[in-house]
Design a protein around this ligand. Structure first.
Ligand SMILES: [Zn+2]
Ligand SMILES: [Zn+2]
Length: 177
């Protein structure tokens, strides 16, 4: 398909003016959203999904009907071309299901419950990942105990380190005087 650059320019400008950018650089349309939370637009008098049309314009292609545009950011009304990726429908469904499955998990892999107190969130590129505090506590206790065992089995080395440390501190004190 051949595009008229000027029309596209105006079209992109129009979409930009109708959207707000959030802290993750999502361009969120504040037009009425259609079924599924997608936004629609009119392009050359024809109705189209906005994100799909933008993907076509930016990449100068026509998306075949059996291919879909996936939102990597999971915001269906986002029109930032960098957040859009072309996928087959199957892949799209699988990704969506995977996300729902992960959100539906109530316990960590070790079986501790994801309660408010027991969960901490780490931001990833597009979302936040849940982590279990109990597991973190167990990991740090393990490290502590391994450290204790090492000290027990390496008494000579520990003595040597302590001696070196004392000498170092003594020198520093002398320098400070
Ligand atoms: Zn986005
Ligand atoms: Zn856990």
């Amino acid at each position: 398909m051949k595009y008229n650059d000027n029309y596209d320019q105006i079209f992109l400008e129009r979409i930009k003016n109708k959207s707000t950018t959030n802290d993750k650089n999502c361009m969120l349309l504040h037009t009425t959203l259609v079924g599924g939370g997608y936004s629609q637009c009119s392009y050359r008098g024809k109705k189209s999904y906005t994100h799909r049309k933008i993907f076509e314009i930016i990449n100068k292609i026509t998306i075949p009907n059996n291919l879909f545009i996936d939102h990597l950011c999971r915001n269906r009304n986002c029109c930032n071309p960098k957040h859009l990726e072309i996928v087959t429908n199957q892949e799209n469904v699988r990704r969506g299901v995977l996300g729902i499955k992960n959100r539906a998990k109530t316990h960590c892999p070790q079986g501790h419950e994801y309660t408010y107190e027991n969960t901490y969130l780490v931001p990833t590129t597009f979302t936040k990942k849940r982590y279990c505090r109990m597991c973190r506590r167990i990991r740090s206790q393990k490290r502590y105990h391994l450290g204790r065992i090492w000290v027990k089995n390496n008494k000579d080395k520990v003595r040597e380190y302590k001696k070196r440390y004392r000498i170092k501190m003594k020198r520093l004190k002398e320098l400070a005087v």
